[in-house]
Design a protein around this ligand. Sequence first.
Ligand code: FVH
Length: 293
Amino acid sequence: MTPHTVEKTPVTLLGLGAMGSALARTWLAAGHPLTVWNRTPARAGALADEGARTADSPAAAVAAGTLVVVCLLDDASVGEVLADADLSGKDVVNLTTSTPDQARDRATWASERGARYLDGGIMAIPPMIGVPETGGYVLYSGPRDLFDHYRDTLAVPTGATYAGEDPGFAALQDVALLSAMYGMFAGTTHAFALIRREDLDPAAFAGLLTGWLTAMAPAAHGIAAELTADEAPEEDVSSLAMQVAGTPTFLDTARQQGVSAELLAPYFELMRRGLTERNEAKNPKGLVDLLLR
Ligand code: FVH
């Protein structure tokens, strides 16, 4: 009896930075034929030893298969790298972080070159790739049938989540999620600065910090509930009026600790505007619309 073997989809991968190299290893480990190209060829050496085929040029890499995954620094490098490649009949999956408009333009650009296109936003850092329990995933947007066709292959490195037909939706949600992350990093930076000169153990404080941020994260569901409700529910637990009244405590503490309030002040100003301009005294979540221009 002949053993039944399932052919794995060949993958071409352009870009072997920290993320591209991590992606590459998972496809190799899963048995996918892999062709790689990187601007600095030395970065492909270890992968070649692990079984990847290396191409001398982006055009040669693209010619090696139908599924072409791109993971480069930015949208400009995608344009440069693929400028001379024949994309007709190819399926391009671009995992490079982009703006929504860049993603939409790139979808049009690919279509004009005869390629189908999915845009991806990676919600993982390289150590999370190939480790499903970390909860990483990639948001994909573009044609649903194209996503479904490659879903199993795309899900090898990390989870694959469909984000809609609009090619800009993956990038938009990617940037939105990363923006929230930077807000968290800003708050964390300020918090460590406050304790920096004191006889407090940063590692112990980090434990307090992660516990508190985890406890507060579900507040996002409250904001979503308000944004989708016909009538804004009244917030009587942590009213905006109470929070604005408390801001001098935070600013005075920063001053006393010799810490710049530059990261905190813009959000405090938004809360103040929410109170004075929109009279959102009982509704701390009405701040979202104040940002819309
Ligand atoms: N690493 C991370 O934590 C984040 C997680 C979320 C997603 N991002 C995005 O993934 C894209 C790639 O990021 P990366 O971590 O692989 O970045 P680098 O290690 O800096 O590698 C950059 C690769 O891009 C190549 N490259 C840059 N400019 C050009 C160019 N003009 N022409 C050709 N290739 C270019 C670079 O090549 P080389 O320097 O090795 O020659 C690397 O292959 C990115 O969009 C993140 O936002 C990662």
